[in-house]
Design a protein around this ligand. Sequence first.
Ligand code: ADP
Length: 173
Amino acid sequence: MSESGDRIAVTGTPGTGKSTATALLADEYDVIHLNDLIQDDEDLWTERDPQRGSLVADLEAIADRLGDWSGVLDSHLAHRFAVDRVVVLRCAPETLERRLRERGAPPTKVAENAEAEALDVILSEAVAEHGLDRVYEIDGTERTPQEIAAGIRDVIEGRRDPSAGEVDFTDYL
Ligand code: ADP
């Protein structure tokens, strides 16, 4: 069963569908969309990355700001914080490329993220940081946002076993 104080990270390469799926859980849990928090507060980032058009997050400042939080933290950096469980949302690199292009990401960012997804970069970081028994991989490629949200809900409520390494996107490389 879930405990009310649980901190659930929902991480994954940009474009995997984290924000869309976690938004569907907002009526049930406190959902923090870290990107929105960072965009709205210049104390939470250190510089602008001109090549990628993104902000460089200040992890310490963010941890301070989050304080004694519980709920769902949506961010490709969510696994870098002290959390109880980590959902790593995955998406086939070819699909990810299309989604990122459609949302206007620069070509360097599209290529970088698709390759990082194929190489399991965030999954590896999550396992290294939190251990295999706290990581839950969900392949969202062929799933609707509602189905992904149901998977995250299962993690929160203790109905799903940890899993990592079941997804293999190395064909892309
Ligand atoms: P993230 O928060 O991981 O960066 P988003 O939730 O912003 O990803 O989704 C990236 C893009 O993919 C958006 O255009 C969104 O509409 C689309 N998308 C999100 N989830 C799905 C899904 N399950 N199936 C198809 N497209 C999706």
